[in-house]
Design a protein around this ligand. Sequence first.
Ligand SMILES: CCCCCCC/C=C/C(=O)SCCNC(=O)CCNC(=O)[C@H](O)C(C)(C)COP(=O)(O)OP(=O)(O)OC[C@H]1O[C@@H](n2cnc3c(N)ncnc32)[C@H](O)[C@@H]1OP(=O)(O)O
Ligand SMILES: NC(=O)C1=CN([C@@H]2O[C@H](COP(=O)(O)OP(=O)(O)OC[C@H]3O[C@@H](n4cnc5c(N)ncnc54)[C@H](OP(=O)(O)O)[C@@H]3O)[C@@H](O)[C@H]2O)C=CC1
Length: 287
Amino acid sequence: MSDKHPAKWGLTPQEMATLPTVFSPDLLSGQRFLVTGGSQGMGKAMVFLLARLGAKVMICGRTEEKLARTKSEVKELLGADISYRAMSIRDTDQVDALLDATFEEFGGLDTLVNNAGGQFPQDAIDFTRKGWAAVIDLNLNGTWWMMQGAAQRWRDRGEGGHIVSNVAHVERGMPQAAHTCAARAGVIYLTRTVATEWAPLGIRVNCVAPGAIATEGLSQYPPEATRRLGNVNPMRRMGSGWDVAEGVVYLSAPSGNFITGEILTIDGGMRMWGTVWPAGVPEHFQV
Ligand SMILES: CCCCCCC/C=C/C(=O)SCCNC(=O)CCNC(=O)[C@H](O)C(C)(C)COP(=O)(O)OP(=O)(O)OC[C@H]1O[C@@H](n2cnc3c(N)ncnc32)[C@H](O)[C@@H]1OP(=O)(O)O
Ligand SMILES: NC(=O)C1=CN([C@@H]2O[C@H](COP(=O)(O)OP(=O)(O)OC[C@H]3O[C@@H](n4cnc5c(N)ncnc54)[C@H](OP(=O)(O)O)[C@@H]3O)[C@@H](O)[C@H]2O)C=CC1
């Protein structure tokens, strides 16, 4: 797959239906998953992989058309039925309605995948209050409402479960993305904290932390930024949604049974070398 600024980013449905996987076809048979932001990008790759492995899948996103398209592609290419609801994770009433609908339709839930998120590139010094609040509300608050709502339902039903949140590689900070960095760090430390609090409830809580991944979401960034994204790790290429989807399955399947509070970094080594500068490299840092 090319990562040198293609006309269209991300994997095609045909690729997601046929890419090789290390997992056996019936691995997740009967397992119930809810994937936020499952209508494109990494979330959609997760949906295809989960459906291929026999899971029941509910997805959500704000745009009904993209959700419906994903459902029909999964049906056409895999013969599997997935469910969807149009909603925003930033709205607590909509979060409750989504969780209630999922538990009711599936008779329970095994894994919540918090994947929906995003931000805009900007120097931190210029953030407006509204811009800061939007990014925190989406990536930290929205993710937390989903985590807490799922955990409350599991506790009330006397059932365990698993939560995996898609954050980002933020260990070294992320210039021009301080808002998302702060939000993702919040999710990471929520994860590390409730992994302990919720262990007695039989709830495991983990994260995947991607580096630069070629997805449709990158079309929101200018070509000069996305060109740099292919050069921000020692491998000097982007990852694909499939790399992250396989990480999510590893943590959710029995392979993850003794893993909680963990952050699985899937970044081609970006935690050691490479800086994104999504809004442009300042003169001071140009070499
Ligand atoms: C920073 C990137 C780091 C690179 C990391 C590595 C690569 C990562 C890539 C990805 O994550 S790909 C996925 C990308 N997808 C998205 O980011 C899409 C989701 N983004 C959004 O929905 C929005 O950007 C949002 C900020 C989360 C909020 O959207 P919402 O619709 O609620 O609010 P808006 O009305 O759009 O904006 C509110 C407020 O935010 C400020 N703002 C928004 N966009 C920009 C911008 N491009 N530049 C500067 N400021 C922005 C602004 O203050 C807006 O208020 P108003 O000016 O509209 O009143
Ligand atoms: N691509 C990358 O390089 C990296 C991405 N990430 C993060 O990983 C996650 C997935 O990324 P990626 O696949 O690239 O993202 P995309 O932008 O391609 O997809 C985002 C998905 O989230 C949904 N979504 C956005 N806002 C909301 C909301 N308020 N409520 C419900 N659903 C929402 C979108 O649907 P809709 O717009 O219809 O709501 C879409 O389905 C995001 O959190 C992203 O920020 C982290 C590191 C790197």
